[in-house]
Design a protein around this ligand. Structure first.
Ligand SMILES: [Zn+2]
Length: 345
């Protein structure tokens, strides 16, 4: 995969700031959701790019209420290869008893590939990631680690985990024109390495599915049907539940580690610390191009917001992360305007 996630790490380290450890951050009230939705609507012009093919959505992960969105047609009505954001789902499958998370693999980078001819996976970091365990491999997005895991555990647990996260079926949202995306229906065994890194043939997800999935990571496992109407109403219909809360906690912890592994320092810019994952998905056949993903939540310890970003013709570490930063800055401004505290209560 072509993602230059190392530059993303630098970006994210610059964005993140520590919140007080163990701070008790409450969930959004219905009134706060209404206020935030209105304020964010006012801020749209300063964030949204002129490229109408990009899409994003910001949701309260505890209610399934969407507070802000751009381009509902792409969010709900189009599906794409997930790329590296799928490593969160591979981690969930691996963490559920199939892989020892402390086991270390040394990523050599370079010309090393895993997988059969025609379905090889290489690592985007040419010099290699060196020794990585499951948590570090997710934080650093090491392709070879996950390809190796995929080859070992096979496609079946990956498909099962994808199903648990709600992929391959519509979310039941009120956005209209929703498509289901797809999971590989008859995946050949050789696709396991590519599946584990989100590159398998026939693996397609909508941004809305990704939003619902990352919200479930943030809220401890509840899979909601997102609703854009009436942000002040109560929780939206629950369409599933992820049972392995320990695996979800492991994923949240790993995504928080991005800032630590990135540069070893953080700049104190905002209280709304963002944790998440980039992805870069190939498309375009002969003329090789990429789409960019970002999915995440903020603040990282006790999330109030979950986020998906999809950028047509971009890379996850660059365009999608850049747009995610603008969105979270706008969200921070809106929270201040609405009197929503994101630090300790
Ligand atoms: Zn690697």
């Amino acid at each position: 995969m072509p993602g230059r996630e190392n530059s993303f790490l630098v970006f994210l380290a610059a964005l993140l700031v520590p919140i007080s450890s163990g701070a008790a951050v409450r969930q959004l009230s219905p009134g706060e959701r209404v206020c935030l939705s209105a304020k964010l609507g006012e801020l749209s012009a300063s964030v949204v790019r002129s490229n109408q093919r990009d899409a994003f959505a910001l949701m309260d992960p505890h209610s399934g209420r969407i507070l802000w969105l751009e381009n509902r047609k792409t969010l709900a009505g189009r599906s794409f290869q997930p790329g590296s954001i799928f490593k969160v789902i591979t981690t969930y499958a691996a963490r559920s008893g199939l892989v020892d998370p402390s086991e270390t693999y040394t990523c050599p980078g370079g010309e090393t590939t895993i997988g059969p001819p025609g379905a090889e996976v290489d690592c985007w970091l040419t010099r290699g990631h060196g020794p990585v365990n499951l948590s570090k491999a997710l934080a650093l997005s090491c392709n070879l680690y996950f390809a190796r895991i995929g080859r070992r555990i096979g496609v079946t647990p990956l498909l099962r985990a994808a199903g648990e996260f709600g992929l391959g079926r519509v979310t039941g949202s009120d956005l209209g024109g929703e498509v289901s995306g797809s999971l590989p229906s008859w995946p050949p065994a050789g696709q396991a390495a590519r599946m584990a890194t989100g590159q398998a043939d026939g693996l397609r997800v909508t941004p809305l599915q990704v939003l619902s999935a990352v919200a479930a990571v943030a809220n401890g496992g509840v899979l909601y049907s997102p609703r854009v109407a009436d942000p002040g109403q109560g929780p939206t219909p629950v369409r599933g539940e992820l049972k392995d809360t320990a695996a979800l906690r492991f994923i949240r912890d790993a995504l928080e580690q991005v800032s630590i592994y990135g540069t070893g320092r953080t700049l104190r810019l905002y209280d709304l610390r963002l944790a998440g994952k980039t992805g870069t998905a190939a498309w375009g056949g002969v003329n090789w191009r990429t789409h960019a993903w970002y999915m995440g939540f903020a603040p990282d310890r006790r999330p109030l917001l979950s986020l998906v970003v999809f950028v047509h013709d971009g890379t996850g570490s660059k365009e999608a992360a850049s747009l995610a930063k603008k969105i979270i800055v706008a969200a921070y401004q809106a929270m201040k305007a609405c009197g929503v505290q994101v630090k300790k209560q």
